[in-house]
Design a protein around this ligand. Structure first.
Ligand code: NAD
Length: 258
């Protein structure tokens, strides 16, 4: 049964109502999970206000600032979870960042700083969040991250983010191998292109979406809700034998040669 009643789920990466993490949070909530939400804090507190208002209907019992480049914020988030919940069952890693300059033009122009920042935020953060979650996943668990086809094939303009996604997908395998002995599963969803804040920074994203609509077997792109449904499956006992995998939720686009 797809029933997450009694499960505690931490969802990262909600920026607004277009965020893939928002689609996931809604579907986890619908399946009965109790939610914790983190947001990226900014100086004026705008993100906090926006995300707080958005998620209110889902009654999150944990709501924490968590910039994944700040170890103290990660530690404090998981300390709050330990105090309030005592355990964690589900971790949704749904965040990424690369500077706009790095997401168009020649890949060889990627700066050292841009490369390091993209890999730190978009890939290493899965390792640091999983490490913090590990001692709290005492009754098994499920960790799900979001990746994209540009991590296994060359997609114009995706550039350094493709390298970050390749590293992220390998993180999934190493983490799955390590955490499997405590019945913690680690999987990735490779989503088709969706218009969001993050994807709007990738040069030519609208052309990419149009191309997928023409070529994908289902002749369309996917929605946040469809990704949310797949994530909910990966967090439920229905997927109890699945770990270390990349599940494509992309209307079938990845199977096409032309
Ligand atoms: P989004 O802009 O809604 O979400 C990105 C999130 O990353 C935001 O909430 C932002 O606050 C967060 N973030 C950035 N830097 C951070 C930091 N230092 N600490 C904490 N959080 C930080 O965009 P999205 O498209 O929903 O992206 C979510 C995930 O889905 C990303 O990993 C993205 O690569 C992946 N993805 C997106 C698409 C797409 O087409 N939109 C396709 C496949 C995979």
């Amino acid at each position: 049964m797809l029933d997450l009643t009694g499960k505690h789920a931490l969802v990262t990466g909600i920026a607004n109502n277009r965020s893939i993490a928002w689609g996931i949070a809604q579907q986890l909530h619908q399946a009965g999970a109790e939610l914790g939400i983190t947001y990226l804090p900014d100086e004026k507190g705008r993100f906090e206000k926006k995300v707080r208002e958005l998620v209110e209907p889902l009654n999150p019992t944990v709501f924490e600032p968590c910039n994944v480049q700040d170890d103290a914020q990660i530690q404090s988030t998981f300390e709050t979870i330990r105090e309030k919940w005592g355990k964690l069952d589900i971790l949704i890693h749904c965040l990424a960042f690369a500077g706009k300059d790095e997401l168009s033009g020649d890949f060889s122009n990627t700066s050292r700083e841009g490369f390091t920042r993209a890999l730190d935020i978009s890939s290493y953060s899965l390792v640091s969040l999983a490490a913090a979650a590990k001692p709290l996943m005492t009754q098994g668990g499920s960790i799900v991250t979001l990746t994209y086809l540009g991590g296994v094939r060359v997609v114009p303009n995706y550039n350094v983010m493709g390298i970050a996604k390749a590293a992220l997908e390998m993180n999934v395998r190493y983490l799955a191998a390590e955490l499997g002995s405590q019945n913690v599963r680690v999987n990735a969803i490779s989503a088709g292109p969706i218009r969001t804040l993050a994807s709007s920074a990738v040069g030519g994203i609208l052309d990419m979406i149009r191309h997928v609509e023409e070529v994908a077997p289902l002749r369309r792109t996917v929605t946040q809700t469809e990704v949310g449904n797949a994530a909910t499956f990966l967090c439920s006992d229905l997927s109890s034998g699945v770990t270390g995998q990349v599940l494509y939720v992309d209307a079938g686009y990845n199977i096409m040669g032309m």
